[in-house]
Write a protein that binds this ligand. Sequence first.
Ligand code: ADP
Ligand code: MG
Length: 368
Amino acid sequence: MTNTIIQFNNVTKQYDNDPVVLDNVSFEIERGKFYTLLGPSGCGKTTILRLIAGFTEASSGEIYFDNKKINNIPANKRQVNTVFQDYALFPHLNVFENVAFGLRIKKMKNTEVEAKVKEALSFVNLLGYEQREIKEMSGGQRQRVAIARAIVNEPEVILLDEPLSALDLKLRYQMQGELRDLQRRLGITFIFVTHDQEEALAMSDEIFVLNKGKIQQSGTPIDIYDEPINRFVADFIGESNIVKGTMIEDFLVEFGGKRFECVDQGMNPNEPIEIVIRPEDLEITSFDSGMLKIEVTSQLFRGVHYEITGVDHDGNEWLVHSTKKAEVGDKIGLHFSPEAIHVMRFNETEEDFDRRLESYAEGEADGK
Ligand SMILES: Nc1ncnc2c1ncn2[C@@H]1O[C@H](COP(=O)(O)OP(=O)(O)O)[C@@H](O)[C@H]1O
Ligand SMILES: [Mg+2]
């Protein structure tokens, strides 16, 4: 039996004659995991949630839920509940009635409503707040009411559209932990939307990175952080050094005027590429023993590390996170391992990338 709960098959969404909002998007969501749709404003995240919830229709392509096509199933018949960005709570109802709302519509018996609402409120640590007015609740508490209102219906999937974006930073961190923990305890599939890469990395089992209506890359937080497949993902996921270079041959790359051993293969000889090295993967050494040699142009103390930038003799700028200090004007060396170099092909898509990885595996099998 398959574990897939939601599947998009070449889904395209276009409003009137506007440019397409989602461009031939395909993905699978497995039951019981925490998924995040991550991307800049306007890339199509909310549109994906609206398609899953049934608030809008696909222009083409198929959407499956539990292996059944649901393109024409109305929103109220789908096993999905949404937590909206502004929570959309009813201001004239108290906490209890806000959470009970869906159950009242289903004409559930009072005793049963009582039991279920209390259970949902206890999941979000709000027992005892039943009679409070919504306006008497803080931002974080409203957030929890909105979540209780979703889980009380026992949906198979909960959709969360940037639910933490209105909270201040400290509360936001706290709610990230709470949501993550809640998803684990409930075992319900969560599809969470954010434009904040740190939030996505901290919370998710799987991340879909979106840009301009296309999934750029999908994978675990570690996959995406360690192996961004293109410049957009590398740039969006965190502070990175992205430098142009040449793939001389398998396992040998040239940038900054020098050749380095690397772990990538399967490109054309002398193919122009871009490389990524994370600032924390660069180690400061003496100028003479440096694999790269830079002159320091700025230095900032960030509490846990120094943030140092410098320029190599090719004019590339390098960002270094180090516990060692360096002063502006210093000439320093940088050391890094072959694994720290991530090679990206220009315009490589996720499918191309997967195919390339598979061909490595076949190569290894052949070699035995
Ligand atoms: N009802 C609509 N009519 C026309 N265009 C829309 C509508 N809803 C969203 N869009 C457009 O679709 C694109 C993606 O929107 P959305 O999915 O809300 O992005 P995100 O949630 O990633 O910020 C945007 O360019 C937006 O203007
Ligand atoms: Mg949105």
